[in-house]
Design a protein around this ligand. Structure first.
Ligand code: NAP
Length: 266
């Protein structure tokens, strides 16, 4: 459910899995106006729907509608996955942190191995923060264009050092992981203006933007010999958690699936 929703890659992704695991179901985009969200969600059990994903602008509003708010959704402050429980009540979860952590892990990076610098303080950055906390990341630096927003996020997650946006390069030598959780670098948006000259040897750079797959930031990092993890994996892995809750199968993220989703992004 989203408004608009036609841009979503999720139908392509979930229908691939439904087909692959021969599950008799379908995943459809549902355009739902913001003022109708509560009615639409309440109708799910009656319609026999197992659950939905939520996208812009419904993620925060759903927190106040669902019957049960999972810890991940409470901490991120947004619901991206709704599960219809057997008793017909609605549970709101947030699977972005799981998706981010799994993408890192599969990319060969242990988010708890060293300090991290996270750029951005929006909804996606909150999910990244949750994942890094769960990995016991020893030190987190946070930088955002609007400093107050970073400070608010830091207060919610505790012991995070806020770095001025203009000074973000200064901590690069200290970090094992750099995460772009802003929308910079996305097609149609300006590139992230950051010089990686001081990036520590052996560091990992990941971008949660996945259109294009190789953002200017990742391109620069790759040229410096850093380990690079693109953002598409986060999308694919966050979807796993919803699919598993709805259909009882933890689906595989394979090269075939990546290629199938990438084809629609081209
Ligand atoms: P959001 O809540 O709107 O936050 C946007 C962030 O980008 C804020 O930190 C904002 O800074 C920063 N920003 C935007 N324009 C900027 C500019 N010109 N200069 C500096 N900073 C700028 O969005 P979100 O939900 O966190 O999503 C962020 C990105 O992550 C989007 O591109 C989204 O598509 C992507 N995403 C990917 C996945 C995935 O599965 N890979 C999942 C979720 C989101 P201010 O606070 O200063 O405005």
């Amino acid at each position: 459910m989203g408004w608009p929703v036609a841009h979503s890659r999720s139908p392509r992704l979930h229908n691939f899995w439904l087909d692959h695991y021969q599950i008799d179901g379908v995943y459809v985009p549902l355009p739902v106006q913001p003022e109708h969200l509560a009615q639409a969600l309440r109708a799910l059990p009656v319609l026999g729907v197992r659950g939905v994903n939520l996208t812009i602008p419904h993620k925060e509003a759903a927190l106040r509608i669902v019957d049960h708010v999972a810890e991940d959704a409470r901490r991120v402050g947004a619901v991206n996955t709704v599960v219809v429980r057997a008793d017909g009540t609605l549970e709101g979860r947030n699977t972005d942190g799981f998706g981010f952590a799994e993408n890192l892990r599969r990319g060969g990076c242990d988010g708890g191995a060293g300090a991290a610098l996270v750029l951005g303080a929006g909804g996606a950055a909150r999910a990244v923060m949750l994942a890094l906390r769960e990995k016991n990341c020893p030190k987190i630096y946070l930088s955002n264009r609007t400093r107050e927003r970073a400070e608010s996020l830091a207060r919610d997650f505790g012991t995070i050092e806020v770095v001025d946006w203009e000074r973000k390069e200064d901590v690069l030598a200290d970090v094992a992981l750099l995460v772009n959780a802003t929308s910079l670098g996305m097609s149609g948006q300006p590139a992230l203006d950051m010089d990686l000259a001081r990036l520590a040897v052996g560091a990992t750079v990941t971008d949660i933007v996945y259109t294009p797959l190789m953002t200017p930031l990742l391109d620069q990092a790759a040229r410096r010999g850093a380990r690079v993890i693109d953002g598409l994996g986060m999308l694919l892995h966050q979807a796993r958690a919803g699919f598993a809750a709805w259909f009882g199968t933890d689906p595989d993220v394979t090269e075939e699936l990546r290629a199938h989703v990438l084809e629609s992004l081209a």
